[in-house]
Design a binder for this molecule. Structure first.
Ligand SMILES: *[C@@H]1O[C@H](CO)[C@@H](O)[C@H](O)[C@H]1NC(C)=O
Ligand SMILES: *[C@@H]1O[C@H](CO)[C@@H](O)[C@H](O)[C@H]1NC(C)=O
Length: 322
């Protein structure tokens, strides 16, 4: 009996020592983005003023650009064409989706720059488009019209609610029910209480930073560290072979499985990175004007290509751990 007890105890120690420890399975950087992601030249499901181009067009027109030493992958919108055809789909831009899918995983997004300009609606998110909303959606970075702070948000089918009080540095939004049937809001966590530079121009002025997600069947956590923060974990900064999330401190956003069956409501997800304009969110006129943006969203996006010079993502790397 005694040795059985010891065995149980040591098994528990091993489990707790491993909780949070992950090994790298993918290092996506530079031209590696072209292997890891497919380009989606599809109509924008959110009615944006955008024309998503295919990979050949993106590379030919430099809407995507990859370099090595240092590794860099840029994904941008067209910043040189005046759109004079009201019937056109919109400004050329890019939407990419990972070829691999991920259930339990850690992903660290080392982002040097995110799109900024009136009318922009960029996103870094994870979902299973084929079964949406039944497979769930996790919005890691998303916003419109340069307005921070970032909100990390889940969208699910029925039966997923978040507790108001959680171990996180961000602030839960008013809606705690993640069900898409209740509207587009989802259950979000606002990061404004965490750091000043979580989104848009402020994020870029700070040199960007790291967003990281840890998803398990029991919880989804998201962290954010600006580039020169004093508390960036060494393993995040290094982007090396292992990370240990147990050493990362309190997450910015925490979504526990207390009253949300994460294992059932979240299927394996693709990572999607997209940059659209106007549409159902950024183009809502009171939000657009309220952000201090000129004219109407579509007229501005059509007529002012050079306003979109800074409408680009620049990634140093995405590292995936399992
Ligand atoms: C872009 O990302 C957001 C996720 O935050 C999604 O709701 C929207 O449908 C996406 N737009 C396009 C055009 O893919
Ligand atoms: C393509 O974009 C990259 C990244 O912004 C830039 O450094 C490069 O000069 C561009 N190339 C051309 C031909 O414009």
């Amino acid at each position: 009996m005694r040795s059985a007890t010891l065995l149980t105890v040591s098994a528990a120690l091993v489990t707790s020592a491993l909780a949070g420890s992950y090994a790298r399975t993918e290092h996506i950087a530079g031209a590696g983005f072209y292997n890891a992601f497919e380009f989606q030249a599809i109509p924008d499901p959110t009615n944006g003023r955008v024309n998503y181009v295919d990979q050949a067009t993106a590379q030919r027109t430099n809407l995507t650009f990859a370099s090595a030493s240092p590794d860099k992958f840029v994904l941008r919108a067209d910043a040189s064409t005046v759109l004079s055809d009201a019937g056109a789909l919109g400004r050329n831009s890019v939407r990419i989706r990972s070829r691999n899918t991920y259930a339990t995983h850690v992903a660290v997004f080392d982002v040097a720059h995110m799109p900024q300009a009136c009318g922009t609606w960029p996103a870094i998110w994870e979902t299973d488009e084929e079964s949406w909303p039944n497979g769930g959606e996790i919005d890691i970075v998303e916003g419109v019209n340069d307005q921070g702070a970032n909100a990390v948000t889940l969208h699910t089918s029925a039966g997923c609610t978040m507790p108001a009080a959680r171990t996180q540095t961000g602030t839960a939004g008013d809606q705690l029910n993640c069900d898409t049937a209740l509207g587009d809001a989802g259950c979000g966590v606002d990061l404004s209480s965490t750091r000043p530079a979580t989104y848009g121009p402020a994020f870029n002025a700070a040199g960007g930073g790291w967003y990281a997600i840890e998803r398990t069947p029991a919880f989804i956590n998201v962290w954010f560290w600006p580039r020169s923060a004093g508390d960036v974990p060494a393993d995040v900064k290094a982007g090396g072979g292992r990370v240990d999330t147990a050493t990362w401190g309190t997450p910015a956003a925490n979504f526990p499985d207390t009253s949300c069956d994460i294992a059932k409501l979240f299927t394996a997800h693709n990572i999607i990175i997209n940059l659209t304009f106007c549409g159902d969110w950024a183009g809502t006129q009171d939000l657009y004007a309220g952000a201090g943006c000129p004219a109407t969203c579509i007229s501005y996006v059509d007529a002012n290509p050079t306003a979109f010079t800074n409408a680009y993502f620049e990634f140093n790397a995405i590292n995936i751990y399992k």
